[in-house]
Write a protein that binds this ligand. Structure first.
Ligand SMILES: *Cc1c(COP(=O)(O)O)cnc(C)c1O
Length: 424
């Protein structure tokens, strides 16, 4: 449909309509997954007798918080896991992953990254590259890495690494591409890694960084044998409603170990007042399958549109997706900056703000970010980030609903056009 409320060039509008027609099959596939996952979540709410009384708040130690405990049971059920910790007091995805690593690993153990270098914020947690206060390295925990081979898990390399070092206690897998052009891993591909690990070392703990992957497929990595996984509630599983938080789920004994790191040995999961967050965490989980579907449609639409405009997209428009991230290689920094400014101009919050590239701590290149979100830093809401370096890829994700996400994408293209940076 043409828009009356935004200034979109008629040529772009026509391309948008073509992109939507081309995306129909992909949208149908997304709808099927959304429907399956929505029923899975709804039935778990019903099975666990979620009730209004679970939304009551606790303060202080938070002992006996029924809502918090029920939320964790529902979450575990939905993820196909034995147990879960789902807390607003887990501050972000990096914190959740850190709790999982420190919860399981002990001095003398080695962590093996099986899908190459982990996400940026984990480098300091591991502390292998350079000294980092409080890192795993400071506690005598070693680190090894098997790089991806042509973007795919190197199963032979993983086998060899495990044979070579019996101290490897935990294997780290990253499902999402993160801010990298590698492909995301399907749950089936994660299952292959699990099988490979088990064939050498039945007792190694397989951990999955599940950020951006939740509800993109009908099953989660725990269903194909991953022992433990973690993620952020201001990405997929918070449904755009959780105000912050993170989760860890998987094998009961491992989740319990993590709980002693989350609070203290002895106290574990029993403490942790919900401070009024239960309702939004329940509601966010309830909405999550649908919102992930909307984000997937936004990403898919963007890929169809920008491929028509001649840009390389990863994943490509027709590819089956394993996370909500869409990378678009925009070829130069002016185009990248215009794209991000366009995304920002279509946000419900802070649309009038102009994103500027800046020297972000920890990055070698300048970075530009567009985010006009109800929740600060939320990337299940439409957002785009990019380091200003070759191939000038923008990483776009989120979109609380497709109709507004589509406008954001169109305004990104329109801003490029306005600046003479787009051929239509
Ligand atoms: C976002 C993300 C993280 C870290 O989560 P934060 O909430 O930003 O701390 C870790 N791994 C991957 C793959 C991510 O996408």
């Amino acid at each position: 449909m043409d828009t009356q409320f935004f200034n979109v060039d008629p040529r772009l509008q026509a391309l948008s309509n073509e992109a939507l027609t081309a995306a129909r099959t992909a949208f149908d596939r997304i709808d099927e997954i959304t429907e399956y996952n929505q029923q899975k979540v709804l039935s778990a709410f019903i099975r666990h007798k979620v009730s209004e009384s679970h939304f009551a708040s606790t303060t202080g130690y938070g002992y006996g918080d029924r809502g918090r405990d029920t939320l964790e049971e529902v979450f575990a059920d939905v993820m196909g896991a034995e147990d879960a910790l789902v807390r607003h007091s887990i501050l972000c995805g990096t914190h959740a992953i850190t709790l999982a690593l420190f919860g399981v690993l002990r001095p003398g153990d080695v962590l093996l990254a099986a899908t190459g270098k982990p996400y940026d914020t984990l480098i300091g947690v591991i502390g292998a590259d350079k000294p980092s206060d409080g890192s795993l390295a400071e506690y005598g925990i070693g680190y090894k890495e098997v790089p991806l081979a042509d973007g795919r898990p190197d199963l032979d390399g993983i086998t060899a690494a495990l044979r070579e070092d019996p101290a490897i206690r935990m294997v780290h897998i990253q499902r999402s591409r993160g801010y990298d052009l590698r492909p995301s891993l399907s749950v089936a591909a994660i299952g292959e890694i699990v099988k490979t690990v088990r064939a050498v070392r039945a007792d190694a703990v397989v951990f999955v960084d599940n950020c951006y992957g939740e509800f993109v497929e009908t099953i989660e990595p725990t269903a194909v044998g991953a022992d433990l996984m973690a993620g952020s509630l201001i990405k997929n599983p918070g449904g755009g409603i959780a105000e912050n938080g993170g989760y860890i789920c998987g094998r009961r004994d491992l989740v319990e170990q993590c709980s002693y790191r989350m609070s203290t040995p002895g106290l574990g999961r029993e403490v942790g007042a919900s401070l009024g967050h239960n309702r939004s965490l329940f509601m966010g989980l309830f909405h999550a399958p649908h919102v992930v579907g909307e984000a997937l449609k936004t990403a898919t639409f963007a890929a169809f549109l920008f491929e028509q405009l001649g840009y390389r997209c990863s994943p490509s428009a027709d590819e089956v997706r394993a996370d909500i991230i869409q990378a678009i290689c925009l070829e130069n920094s002016d185009a990248l900056i215009a794209f991000c400014r366009g995304i920002q101009s279509g946000a419900p919050v802070d649309a009038y703000v102009t994103p500027e590239p800046w020297d972000m701590p920890g990055y070698d290149n300048q970075v530009i970010m567009a985010a006009g979100a109800f929740t600060l830093g939320s990337s299940i809401e439409l957002s785009a980030d990019a380091p200003l370096r070759d191939p000038f890829a923008v990483y776009m994700q989120g979109g609380l609903n497709f109709h507004s996400g589509k406008i954001g994408v169109l305004l990104a293209a329109q801003t490029m056009l306005d600046n003479g940076l787009l051929n239509v």
